[in-house]
Design a protein around this ligand. Structure first.
Ligand code: ZN
Length: 436
């Protein structure tokens, strides 16, 4: 090749080189754009089940993820313990597909909650929302009009993680009725602690007490008869149930859930745990005025005290009487009235307390009906109530009325009727001690 010819093709060679250089630069730039595309939150949100091995870790390490996700704002109220969070996810990292820097899947919203792993099934109440994340701010996946049994993979006291339609989602833990080991477990219709099934009485059409008139509540002749004695008051239930189990009696292999959140007014919407607490706090004041020493198993709704533990509080206090405050509920909305509950005379755990507990229950029933004018139902004797079976002191459950009955639910919401209930219960305790 001669010099002239070489010089003549030089511009072409240079041109081609420049073109290649420009091409490489453009391609590099495009690749970077594609990378940031992957980081857009919509990508992650569209694949909620595609959870990276440890999403909580991602969220923790990435300061931008919180800013990107406005719903994170609700998280700080959670009982945060970030060190516990990783237990919910498999520890093995996926090596096949590199995880984009900021995926922020919606399940990251569980961050901050202590999720305990579970591998069982739960039954839900009717009318629950299934959500994509552990927050009411997250997208609703489904609404279950009727209660269903769902596979459970984790829970904490706020949220329960379940599988619905092959997808991981969350429901409020307080809407769980029970946990079972198998999807096929047949659950016997069992009365809830403090809520025995109503007998098949046909006389439930009598009128509900008229609480409209303000009664003059004179002191009974036995007022303050037990002054100086110790009474333990147990306001039934708490804001959230605890569906772990405990023995139904000392040494028993039969297990029952620890404590439920109770019923609620069909018409007023008042929760039983709140109603029980309101009455119990007023009862404490009333009893103290009458000279009693009063021990409370709880004074707020934000507690987690099982039925065994409630009995142990009464036992440890050496209470002279253990009075458990509840309200009733039944699918037969005609059912109404007051009943009280104690053990049977052949209870395997504490039948020695039967005579006193029966007397306490009868006394309470008599005076409560006397003060309120409510329908007198009966003293119910059962041996399947954990809190009764573990008691080492005379014990009675009072069922103040039916929150499933329209008239009684509305009546129990009034100050006037509540006052009658409180005085009625205090009178019953006085009457019991007057017979000792
Ligand atoms: Zn109850």
């Amino acid at each position: 090749m001669n010099r002239t010819k070489l010089l003549s093709i030089m511009p072409y060679v240079l041109g081609v080189l420049i073109l290649i250089l420009v091409g490489v630069l453009i391609l590099t730039g495009l690749n970077n754009d594609t990378g940031s595309e992957n980081n857009k939150p919509t990508e992650a949100a569209s694949k909620p089940t595609d959870t990276p091995a440890d999403p909580t870790q991602e969220a923790k390490n990435d300061p931008t993820s919180a800013a990107d996700t406005p719903t994170d704002a609700v998280e700080p109220t959670a009982p945060a313990d970030p060190t516990q969070a990783p237990t919910e996810a498999p520890t093995e990292a996926p090596t096949a597909t590199p995880v984009p820097a900021t995926p922020t899947p919606i399940s990251d919203l569980t961050f901050g909650y202590k999720f305990e792993s579970k591998a069982d099934y739960v039954d839900t109440k009717d009318g629950v929302n299934l959500r994509l994340g552990a927050s009411t701010d997250t997208e609703k996946v489904a609404f279950l009009e009727e209660g269903k049994r769902l596979e459970r993979t984790g829970y904490n006291e706020e949220w329960t993680r379940v599988i619905y339609d092959g997808q991981e989602c969350y429901i409020a833990t307080r809407l769980i009725i029970r946990a079972v080991d198998s999807i096929d477990t047949v659950v016997e219709p069992e009365p809830e602690e403090g809520e025995p099934e109503a007998n098949n009485n046909t006389d439930d059409n009598t009128e509900v007490a008229n609480g409209g008139t303000s009664a003059v509540l004179d002191k009974a002749s036995y007022y303050g008869a037990g002054a100086g004695r110790t009474v333990c008051i147990d306001p039934g239930h708490q804001i959230r149930g605890n569906y772990d189990t405990e023995p139904v009696g000392p040494g028993s292999s039969e297990m029952k859930t620890k404590v439920s959140s109770g019923t609620a007014g069909n018409y007023t919407g008042i929760t039983e745990f709140q109603f029980n607490l309101d009455i119990s706090l007023a009862l404490k004041t009333e009893l103290e005025e009458r000279g009693y020493k009063v021990i409370m198993t709880r004074t707020t709704n934000e507690v987690d005290i099982s039925n065994v533990e409630r009995a142990q509080i009464a036992n440890d206090a050496g209470a002279d009487a253990f009075v458990r405050i509840h309200a009733n509920s039944n699918s037969n909305t005609d059912a109404h009235g007051i009943e009280t509950i104690c053990m049977t005379s052949t209870n395997p755990y504490n039948s020695d307390l039967y005579a006193q507990s029966r007397l306490l229950s009868e006394s309470l029933l008599t005076t409560m009906v006397g003060r309120t004018g409510a329908k007198m139902r009966y003293v119910s004797e059962v041996d399947n109530m954990t809190g009764i079976n573990w008691s080492k002191v005379p014990v009675s459950i009072v069922e103040m009325g039916y929150m499933s009955n329209e008239a009684e639910d509305k009546l129990m919401a009034t100050e006037d009727y509540r006052r009658k209930l409180v005085v009625g219960i205090a009178d019953g305790i006085d009457l019991y001690f007057s017979k000792q």
